[in-house]
Design a protein around this ligand. Structure first.
Ligand SMILES: Cc1cc2nc3c(=O)[nH]c(=O)nc-3n(C[C@H](O)[C@H](O)[C@H](O)COP(=O)(O)O)c2cc1C
Length: 409
């Protein structure tokens, strides 16, 4: 499966690396960006060049690495102005206190800072510093100044620092920085201005404090939709049942446990949305009573009475979104009579689109990274091939956008 990410594929990213002990993590970031298809130019500050060699980046990006503005690489005639101007995103990671100060003040004393001044691209800054430096008023003042100018700051994490101290200042992980790059580059995508409400994962219906009735949904489909929608410029709220997947950068996350909690969250968020994509596998039933204490075995059989949960799509039929009736997308995971059951769902729940998949097919269903789906709408039926869930997410979003545009006409 290709690791290419559409919003990064073929895009010019200038990765600025400054003299932090976390500079080694920028190599992993350069690798992730390159694998995603980005054309990564690296600019090292003098401090960074003391800590890490240009070759580490060059071997990964297969492109020149810039450091001294007065010394052009042998095989390149490109200077800071060209590199700055062609960048579609400037990502400074790690950003030291010193480089943050230089950027805030508009100093232009090395290749990176000069390129940033020559660039009109969005600026993404990932600070990294030790021993309370991050909380120093000067650093915060500089960051506030950069934020006011439109820069996006990826907050450092708290934890163990290189000095042995604990505190705020650890560089965000490369995975998070990759996500942040996607979110910032995607801001002007075709879904800009749209507000999407996505659900993901299964729900857990408690039986007692330690047991629940649940299902095998991993959340991958809903998370993929939220991620791709964000990368295309949408404002996304993701309501997720319990899932091992981490929060998505740039997506408003609401974590819930039960079907009733998910229903309440959907009903509360829908009025601020333009479309609802219900990818969650919501439990149809819950135990009538959840025991307060752990149920003990007694040798006798245990009978659990299940009662129906609210049907979220059915219950939210009358709720208007930001621009009137929202586009409503349901998901049907079936093990038999796929098309008949999905068509019934389309009509009964007043949906615009049903994404139907036969969970008995190889490579489809709950825990897989792929899915073979059939799309049903009032216009008919479209059978899709086996696709990575991320690619399927884009196809679904294409259809949602087409439905929304058709309605605007
Ligand atoms: C081993 C080592 C690690 C450092 N780590 C950091 C750091 O994480 N954050 C920071 O702001 N400065 C750090 N510094 C200090 C900077 O390297 C120093 O302020 C330098 O002037 C930064 O210049 P630059 O931003 O142009 O790279 C470190 C210095 C050394 C020697």
């Amino acid at each position: 499966m290709s690791a290419r990410i559409p919003v990064l594929d073929g895009r010019h990213v200038l990765l600025g690396v400054s003299g932090s002990i976390a500079a080694f993590k920028a190599v992993a970031l350069a690798s992730k960006l390159t694998q995603a298809g980005a054309l990564v130019d690296v600019a090292l500050t003098r401090g960074a060049a003391e800590l890490i060699r240009p070759l580490s980046f060059q071997a990964i990006t297969h492109r020149p690495v810039y450091s001294d503005p007065f010394e052009l690489p042998e095989d390149s005639e490109i200077g800071h102005v060209t590199v700055g101007r062609r960048a579609e995103l400037v990502l400074v990671a790690p950003a030291t206190a010193h480089t943050i100060a230089r950027l805030a003040l508009g100093l232009a004393d090395d290749f990176l800072t000069t390129s940033v001044l020559a660039s009109t691209a969005p600026l993404l800054i990932a600070p990294a510093m030790d021993a309370g430096m991050y909380d120093h008023p000067t650093v915060q003042e500089h960051l506030a100044r950069l934020r006011a100018r439109g820069a996006v700051i990826v907050e450092p994490a708290s934890g163990h620092l290189a000095s042995g101290l604990e505190g705020r200042g650890r560089l965000a992980e490369p995975e998070v920085l990759l996500e942040a790059a996607c979110a910032v580059l995607g801001r002007t995508g075709d879904l800009a201005g749209w507000s999407l409400l996505v659900t993901a994962g299964g729900t857990q219906e408690p039986l007692d404090p330690v047991r629940f009735v649940g299902n095998r949904s991993s959340g991958k489909m809903g998370f993929a939709i939220a991620q791709r929608a964000r990368d295309r410029g949408a404002q996304v709220t993701l309501i997720s049942g319990p899932s091992a997947l981490p929060d998505l950068y740039g997506v408003r996350m609401i974590r819930v446990t039960t079907a009733r909690e998910m229903y309440q969250a959907v009903a509360a968020e829908l009025p601020a949305s333009d479309a609802l994509l219900m990818a969650a596998a919501v439990a149809d039933f819950r135990p009538e009573h959840a025991a307060e204490q752990k149920i003990k075995k007694s040798g006798a059989e245990l009978v659990i009475r299940l009662v129906p949960n609210p049907d979220i799509l059915r219950e939210t039929r009358g709720i208007d979104g930001r621009r009137g009736r929202p586009i409503r997308v349901g998901f049907a995971a079936e093990s038999q009579d796929l098309i008949a059951n999905s068509r019934a769902k389309l009509e009964a729940k007043d949906l615009d689109l049903v994404v139907a998949n036969d969970i008995t097919q190889p490579g489809s269903g709950f825990e897989a990274d792929t899915n073979r789906a059939t799309l049903l709408s009032c216009d008919g039926l479209e059978e899709l091939p086996l696709l990575p869930k991320t690619v399927l997410a884009d196809v679904i979003l294409d259809r949602v956008l087409a439905l929304a545009r058709a309605r605007q006409r």
